[in-house]
Ligand binder design. Sequence first.
Ligand SMILES: [Zn+2]
Ligand SMILES: [Zn+2]
Length: 289
Amino acid sequence: MRISFHGGHSGDYCDHAGGKLEDVICKAISDGFTHYGLSEHMPRVRQEELYPEEIQRGRTPEQLEQMFAFYIQEARQLQYKYRNQLHLLVGMETELMEQNDFTQIDRICETYTPDYVVGSIHYLNGIPFDYSQQEFEKLEKELGGTEAVYCAYYDAQFELMQYLHPQVIGHFDLIRIFRPEFPLSRKVWEKIERNLAYGISYQALFEINARAFKKKLTEPYPQAEILQLLLSLGGKITLGDDSHHPDEVGLNFDRLFDFLQKQNISSLYALEKDEQGEVGHKMVSVSKM
Ligand SMILES: [Zn+2]
Ligand SMILES: [Zn+2]
């Protein structure tokens, strides 16, 4: 069974993605996905938070929110249109711009009522650390080194998890993106274990994210060592292609399946929405298609 619960970003609603949202869904269907979760980025609300490509296009925060509103609207229509071919969920991926400031996440969730949320951290100290090597280095300078950056990342993730209980934890160790060889100290491991245990305590699904391969990492997010700890603690796993274009639906899933096999993973979890609108877990078996 093919599933993905993180991705479906499209050029229609995200300036660093490409292609059309409906084509994402058609590609998922033709690739044999049974479940697919869309998780467009939630809109950022301050001018200084815009990405360079958004500034280039003359976007304003108001426009970003308008685009998000249109995303939810079209995604709901497509969810209905393709209901007999694909179990499609309409979700969103979080941004936490400042530690402890959950006002925007709360407001967006209340206004647009997504089916589920992918809890992700892309910003620390107002810096989008996964955007480029330069941004990552800037953060290291501000916080005083790589270990401090890792600690800040896992602390921010912990706060997000405690506050929001996101159904899916997105790219758990994204902080590796530009420092994949950085050895994890005991202090960092303690934070990792704390976050894993906390997510497990409220039944979060941890996503294994294939986009790491596109970023030239040799293992997905989370890396094998963290994944094994997660499994030993009883964690539940789902998959994500983190697609930003219809052509990226299921991208590198062949490598991902090889990785799952090496890690002895044979069952995964999907999110399913029932007739009452309740979202629950469904266990699915790993199979290559
Ligand atoms: Zn993105
Ligand atoms: Zn992300």
